[in-house]
Write a protein that binds this ligand. Structure first.
Ligand code: 13P
Length: 249
């Protein structure tokens, strides 16, 4: 049985003042639910969020990490550093990082590997552009992105990991994939892992991301292979996000 997980990706949003308010409201709203709830703030707010969620069930994650253990990498943050703040998860390969900061499949694989070494659970993002979907290349693109990481860490590297299917055309557009579209790709992802190890494939949680809202969450979570969500915009609204978490169970 896979425990659902809902992760908030705040992206580059929030302020010292807004965060405490948001977290307070979310904590009250998700009390007692079975699903895991992860918050991924910008790095500068890690200490504040760690303190704010100290007595609750919410877990801490980051939106990105550098794969190197330390050294002359101006402006970057390592896995060891975020682990010091009680961070348990790291998003790797988000499409915004792939497209705005040129992160290749190889770089994403290195980051995934670095997470495993530091005992951080990577949340590997995969997903196709609208053009790729229109050309019926979705399966090929997602499989390539997954294979690059499988080649780097092997199937055992996925024992302590999550995958987030985030079709780029659905991110921040208000147009979510339909539950059927999400389920179709999630099944392909699980199948690709299953060909290597069926036990790993069965236990790994595959999240859906892209315009998840309170209004569409329940239908998405009703799919056999959708084990939660990675939420952007709606995670900045306590009521919306709480409703999404509650729909996950
Ligand atoms: P939205 O929920 O704003 O579409 O963003 C999804 C996302 O990119 C989460 O990582």
């Amino acid at each position: 049985m896979r425990v659902p997980l809902v992760a908030a990706n705040w992206k580059m949003n929030g302020s010292a003042a807004s965060i405490d308010q948001l977290l307070g409201a979310i904590a009250a709203g998700v009390e007692g639910i079975q699903s895991e709830v992860v918050v991924c703030p910008p790095f500068v707010f890690l200490a504040q969020v760690q303190e704010a969620i100290r007595n609750g069930a919410m877990l801490l994650g980051v939106q990105n990490i550098n794969a190197n253990p330390g050294g002359a990498f101006t402006g970057e943050v390592s896995t060891e550093m975020v682990a010091e703040f009680g961070c348990r998860f790291a998003i790797v390969g988000h499409s915004e990082r792939r497209s705005y900061y040129g992160e290749s499949d190889a770089v994403v694989a290195e980051k995934f590997k670095a997470c495993l070494s530091a005992n951080l659970t990577p949340i590997l993002c995969v997903g196709e552009t609208l053009e790729e979907r229109d050309e019926e290349m979705t399966e090929q693109v997602v499989s390539r992105q997954l294979e690059a990481v499988l080649n780097a860490v092997g199937i055992d590297g996925f024992r302590q990991a999550l995958i987030a299917y985030e079709p780029i055309w659905a991110i921040g557009t208000g147009v979510s994939a339909t539950a059927a579209q999400a389920e179709e790709v999630h099944r392909v992802i699980r199948g690709q892992l299953s060909a290597k190890d069926s036990e790993v494939a069965e236990q790994i949680r595959i999240l859906y991301g892209g315009s998840v809202k309170a209004a569409n969450a329940a239908e998405l979570f009703g799919q056999e292979n959708v084990d939660g969500a990675l939420v952007g915009g709606a995670s900045l609204d306590a009521e919306e996000f709480t409703d999404i978490c509650r729909s996950a169970g």
